[in-house]
Design a binder for this molecule. Structure first.
Ligand SMILES: Nc1ncnc2c1ncn2[C@@H]1O[C@H](COP(=O)(O)OP(=O)(O)OP(=O)(O)O)[C@@H](O)[C@H]1O
Length: 250
């Protein structure tokens, strides 16, 4: 379970990115986080894996108090959380399988990486992960020969190979065309259901959020203004989430 209790995030320049956030997300939930640009969506998910430090309150992930871990504890903790970005962050000159394997054995020596000598187990896990996202046939293709959608699926396979409990995805389909975006969202959904991995996605496409997520969290100016099932997101709810400052008080 991911639990936020009165969490506040103030940036070093004094800007309050998150205000008094209270949330409980059970293992295996599929959650979409929506809101205007600058509302605090990235801040929220980046606090979960300690890419950002919270400044107040308590944030626990499966019993780990995220604020109070240090050094190796942070590295071990991060292994349980996968992160997917809009810009796939892959080594484009390497093969798909190598990209996936490099991440699944982070402790491998540099010379083994360069020579491409990976344990058999890493290869099996890597191939299984590629199969999970439907691109097993691309295992030996160089990443720069793949489409954007295929590259995002490689990024997802790379995350899966580390056997995470939670996947955080920051605008994972923003750079993709609508058809490819759905294919990638289907992958997220399948992984969520088949492997019971919690998935938290920041997304600007409201239609995709409502179609794929079980639960929607709407953020506005660092505060949660909606938290509930996707089927209960009405136009009034969307107006509240997407109300611009200039429209306030009208
Ligand atoms: N390092 C930082 N220092 C100060 N303010 C920051 C920092 N990072 C983000 N912010 C501010 O915090 C607010 C929330 O940013 P965040 O990136 O979480 O928004 P977002 O909802 O993910 O936006 P987008 O949809 O555009 O990615 C913004 O006003 C942003 O300017």
């Amino acid at each position: 379970m991911i639990k936020f209790e009165n969490v506040q995030k103030t940036y070093p320049n004094g800007y309050v990115g998150l205000k008094d956030i209270n949330l409980e997300i059970e293992q295996g939930e599929f959650v979409a986080i929506i809101g205007l640009s600058g509302a605090g969506k990235s801040t929220l998910i980046r606090c979960i894996n300690r890419m950002h430090d919270i400044t107040d309150g308590t944030l626990t992930v499966n019993g780990t108090d995220v604020k109070n871990i240090k050094g190796k504890e942070v590295r071990d903790f991060r292994k349980t959380i996968g992160m997917i970005f809009q810009s796939f962050n892959l080594i484009t000159r390497a093969t798909v399988l190598k990209n996936v394997m490099i991440s699944s054995v982070p402790e491998l020596s540099w010379w083994r990486r360069i020579l491409g000598i990976f344990p058999e187990e890493a290869k099996v896990t890597g191939l299984e992960s590629l199969d999970n996202v439907g691109i097993l046939d691309k295992a030996y293709t160089r990443v720069d020969q793949l489409s954007g959608g295929q590259q995002q699926r490689v990024a997802l396979a790379r995350t899966l190979a580390r056997k995470p409990e939670v996947i955080l995805a920051d605008e994972p389909v923003a750079a993709l065309d609508p058809v490819t975006a759905k294919i990638v969202m289907d992958d997220f959904k399948r992984i969520n259901k088949d492997l019971n991995i919690s998935v938290l996605i920041n997304i600007h496409h409201v239609d995709l959020a409502l179609e794929y997520a079980d639960r929607v969290i709407g953020i506005r100016k660092g505060e949660i203004v909606y938290d509930g099932p996707s089927e209960n997101v009405t136009q009034d709810v969307l107006d509240e989430i997407y109300l611009k400052d200039s429209e306030e008080g009208k």
